[in-house]
Design a protein around this ligand. Structure first.
Ligand code: GDP
Ligand code: ADP
Length: 394
């Protein structure tokens, strides 16, 4: 069992404040990581915009290093606690915040951080927001161009608007007449997308029909943040990449009743030139071969009659017996400015103090980190909260 104080310093003196260039309103926490590095996490209010800054003191050389920081930073509060977990990430608990915004992880030696350190040859840290509970498994839908993936997904989203959200992919292809940027795709340039891929922002990407397509980690997280189940419309290569990633999903392959029917639909849609249609049909042959793989896909649906196929899709998603009621708890825990934290194995005990009793029904609870998943550059999910030995969230 270790102990970490909840502390904030409102009058910083000496080398740390000089190096961090904090003004008098800054708040700073130091954490020793391994035996030779001290991480200084400082919240500043430069030009009235609060921000977090990070510096590392390498005790072996006695030098300060400013790391490249990935991920979305938390908005600083006036007090926070920090506790090192397994030498690879620091849990930062924001005071005066509720549980949908108070748990953040500063990753210092996770696989993602090590990968970026090796790529950039410099110190790297990465923020990841902690989220209570787990998101429902995303649904990956693949199949050749023109088979009806988009049509089926639109039907599902129309019938169950509060249940499903679409993962908006990035692509380098030009928008079609009816397509809106940010709704159907994020239309982008290859050089920008390649940089973001290198920065680790993509869950998967692939060259499809001569253009780059990819699912950003943010695209999937945004849907889960809204309490919805994410649907991905991606090609077979992308499905394979997601299968190999840490994201657990359900994989569905949509087949045409025949190759001739596929060609007919593609032409009837009227969105591609003859050259593009030929390219899509050539690729469809390979995709139909790979789509038969039971290792890759959990379900195969033949889209012959649209209504029948849609009913079958709903059936395998457990939706044919009416709308499923969301099991999400609405309970939110408040962590006050002054609190203490202590670590017991994979649990962090947060004591909010007696004075907060009236504000919060729970004045002491345990944050269970034994099932955390994901992490930078996305959210860290699977946190659970228990009050006085009783599980209340997650
Ligand atoms: N790997 C991958 N494939 C994608 C992504 N977004 C779309 N695709 C696939 O790219 C292919 C072409 O999509 P699109 O240009 O919209 O044409 P359509 O399938 O004929 O409607 C389809 O197989 C999509 O499933 C993505 O983010 N990643
Ligand atoms: N079962 C079906 N029978 C006939 N036409 C279909 C069927 N499903 C989809 N379509 C039509 O086929 C075309 C291609 O469908 P679309 O959803 O755009 O395919 P994808 O997203 O897989 O490329 C569209 O014009 C759509 O209306």
């Amino acid at each position: 069992m270790g102990e970490a104080p909840a502390f904030f310093i409102d009058n910083i003196q000496g080398n740390i404040s000089n190096e961090l260039n904090l003004n008098s309103k800054g708040y700073v926490t130091t954490i020793d990581v391994s035996c030779n590095k001290t991480y200084v996490i400082g919240a500043t209010e430069k030009e009235s915009t609060p921000t977090f800054e990070i510096q590392i003191l390498d005790k072996s050389t006695n030098k300060w290093v400013i790391p490249i920081v990935f991920g979305t930073k938390p908005k600083p509060s006036k007090g926070y606690s920090a506790i090192l977990l397994d030498e690879d990430r620091i849990l930062v608990i924001k005071g005066n915040s509720s549980s949908d915004d108070c748990f953040w992880f500063l990753e210092v030696n996770t696989a993602f951080v090590r990968q970026q350190k090796a790529r950039l040859g410099t110190e790297v840290a990465a923020w990841s927001k902690g989220v209570i509970g787990e998101a429902e498994k995303p649904i990956v839908i693949s199949g050749p161009s023109g088979v009806g993936k988009g049509t089926l997904i639109s039907k599902l989203m129309e019938e169950f608007p509060s249940m499903f959200g679409f993962s908006v992919s990035h692509t380098t292809r030009a928008p079609r007449n009816n397509e809106q940027n940010g709704v159907h795709y994020h239309f982008t340039e290859r050089s920008i997308m390649e940089k973001d891929i290198n920065d680790g922002k993509f869950l998967e990407f692939a060259d499809v029909h001569g253009n780059l397509y990819g699912t950003s980690i943010e695209a999937v997280d945004v849907v889960a943040d809204g309490g919805k189940r994410c649907i991905l419309d991606i090609d077979v290569q992308g499905a394979r990449s997601v299968r190999a990633s840490s994201l657990e999903a359900i994989f569905i392959f949509i087949c045409p009743p025949s190759f001739e029917e596929l060609e007919k639909r593609l032409r009837a849609r009227g969105t591609e030139t003859e050259e593009q249609i030929q390219k899509r049909l050539r690729n469809a042959k390979a995709e139909l071969e790979q789509g038969k793989s039971p290792v890759l896909f959990d379900h195969i649906l033949v889209n012959d009659n649209l209504d029948t196929c849609y009913e079958n899709l709903k059936k395998l998603l457990g939706l044919s017996d009416g709308i499923k009621i969301s099991q999400k708890s609405e309970l939110v825990v408040h962590v006050p400015l002054e609190h203490t934290v202590a670590r017991i194995d994979q649990k962090i005990v947060i004591n909010c103090g007696g004075s907060e009793l009236e504000k919060s029904a729970i004045n002491s609870f345990a944050l269970d980190l034994s099932s955390i998943k994901g992490g930078a550059p996305g959210r860290t999910r699977g946190l659970n909260i228990y009050a006085m030995g009783t599980k209340i969230m997650g």
